[in-house]
Write a protein that binds this ligand. Structure first.
Ligand code: ZN
Ligand code: FE
Length: 256
């Protein structure tokens, strides 16, 4: 448990994270939405940047890669499947690979759906995962490049693989809107009702709703619950397969 996490805001609603391995003194940033915000975070912590860990190629995640690399000499780690779209990539990683930040070890998962080359980083010993735009609190990423089937396969894989206590650090503060939508598709879920109330309280106090845990998301996030009878009933899809339920949920959210 030697990983320190410094969370900060960038752009309109992005979250960005510096992570620091205390044993080795090595530091990485999860994505590069905005260089000045990252430089401020480095100044605040006194940490020196060694790595950029990209989740995917979108500009609000990899847009600062080249400038930061030039300024700090850091290495860029990104998806093998998307190497040509990750600016400045030095090290390509994919499903099952390990990334070592000193003594802190992340396992990489390929999570296609939002983009075809999205990846996430799971530090199992520290019980944290950096999930980019794949899984949000009470939501999931828009299916921009993949298919609904691909996105559901990704989310089901994470639901099975990440232990319940895992803290999920996503890349955007979208939770309050996600909660409003989720209540339209699973209004009778008490875990969702409780989480939505907590989210309202946190947001009105100006606080972040991130991270949440895998256990909380399994209980309340409709995008992880296409096998929920209540959700299926609201959608008029009783007995349908999870891909169809997921796809209908995602399409409704796209129009919400
Ligand atoms: Zn994105
Ligand atoms: Fe994003």
């Amino acid at each position: 448990m030697s990983l320190q996490i410094h969370m900060f805001k960038a752009l309109q609603d992005n979250y960005c994270y510096l992570i620091h391995d205390q044993a080795s003194g090595l530091t990485a940033v999860i994505d590069t939405p905005e260089v000045p915000a990252i430089e401020q975070a480095l100044a605040d912590t006194g940490w020196q940047l060694n790595y950029i860990l990209n989740t995917h190629h979108h500009w609000d995640h990899a847009g600062g890669n080249l400038e930061l690399k030039k300024k700090t000499g850091c290495q860029v780690v990104g998806a093998r499947a998307d190497a040509e779209r990750i600016p400045g990539i030095d090290r390509q990683v994919g499903e099952g690979d390990e990334f070592r930040l000193g003594e802190s070890i992340a396992r990489v998962f390929d999570t296609p759906g939002h983009t075809s080359g999205h990846i996430i980083y799971h530090f199992a010993d520290d019980e944290v995962a950096f999930v980019g735009d794949t899984l949000f609190s009470l939501g999931c990423g828009r299916v921009v490049e993949g298919t609904h089937e691909q996105m559901w396969t990704t989310l089901e894989k994470l639901r099975d693989a990440l232990p319940d206590p895992t803290q999920l650090y996503c890349a955007h503060e979208y939770t309050q809107t996600n909660a409003r939508f989720a209540l339209t598709v699973e209004p009778d879920n008490p875990a969702l009702q409780a989480r939505a109330a907590e989210v309202d309280r946190l947001r009105s106090a100006g606080q972040a709703t991130v991270p949440s845990t895998m256990a909380e998301e399994k209980a309340a996030n409709p995008f992880l619950r296409p096998d929920s009878p209540g959700l299926m009933a609201t959608l008029g899809l009783a007995g349908a397969d999870p891909v169809a339920v997921f796809a209908e949920t995602r399409q409704r959210k796209d129009k919400f």
